[in-house]
Design a protein around this ligand. Sequence first.
Ligand code: SAH
Length: 338
Amino acid sequence: MEKIDILSLTYDELQTSLVNIGEQKFRARQIYDWLHEKKLQEFSKMSNLSAQLKSKSEEKFWINSIKIQKRLVSDLDNTVKYLYRLSDGEQVETVLMEYKHGNSICISTQVGCKMGCKFCASTKAGYVRNLLPSEMLLQIYESERDSGRKINHVVLMGIGEPLDNFDNVIKFLRLLEEKPDMSLRHISLSTCGLVDRIYELAELKLGITLSVSLHAPTDELRSSVMPINNRYNISELMKACRYYFDTTGRRISYEFALIDGVNDNKETAESLIKLLKGQNCHVNLIPVNDIKDGVFSRSKSVESFKNMLCSGGLNATVRRTLGADISAACGQLRRDNQ
Ligand code: SAH
């Protein structure tokens, strides 16, 4: 019988698994605390369990772990970038950022990515596999342990497309929901626009913020940089985003990476205003990160683009660049290390 990945189980699931092997319900609380509070990695050290339960647990479950392969600390702003090694040897990246309101972590949801966005380093080497809920959770646990910082904001914006690993990502969010000091209101999930999944996510009414990587206001331009647009065009995407807002009451945050000579001109700003006007949303402008061999370089007119959007009635801000000295953009470290 295959062992169960115990760190991917919610409290209720853990309880059911223990009852199924003839244990009493209260054991779930004990084991859950060892795993999620004390962050223990061995059943043998769980001192309030009987010897019999320890060995039974070892037979039934396995405790996942991840290891720091590389750590880069920014001299500019304390941003820490981790390259983590997973139990099968695959690697993902995690970025820890300091803000006035606390510490925020950007986690990966897949090893590699299938989406093929032209400007993104994460997708260049293709897709390997989905991350387990435990592997998303461990990026938080291990980063907290290593840095000594308490994390209270999570963004699913690292390597991978979270909505392409839907079930595991939802399970991970359920695990976060169980933490008394974590609120789903402090969690953002970024998607390139898997429309069917946006509807499914809306129905769950989780209270998280949905970030949508828009990057272009017309189908022609968007399809030229984001292949997903050939599957779900902008009008289908907008319909799903409006549905998300109507169903959850959470306004959408649109990501717009400004690329020199591609999407940073006046006409693009005007079509973006036309597209989003009247929607209760926010536009997050990102000065694009150059990736090695990338043909895209950073726009020189980020501020004027922002001003055009604001004058046109949109709510737009420029994302602060963190960890500029440690290539903190997603996918770059894993790629460089390969
Ligand atoms: N797959 C998801 C989440 C991971 S990418 C998504 O597409 O949203 C996280 C964000 O970084 C996305 O908005 C993505 O478009 C953006 N991004 C990718 N490469 C970038 C680069 N070189 N510079 C700036 N932003 C980039």
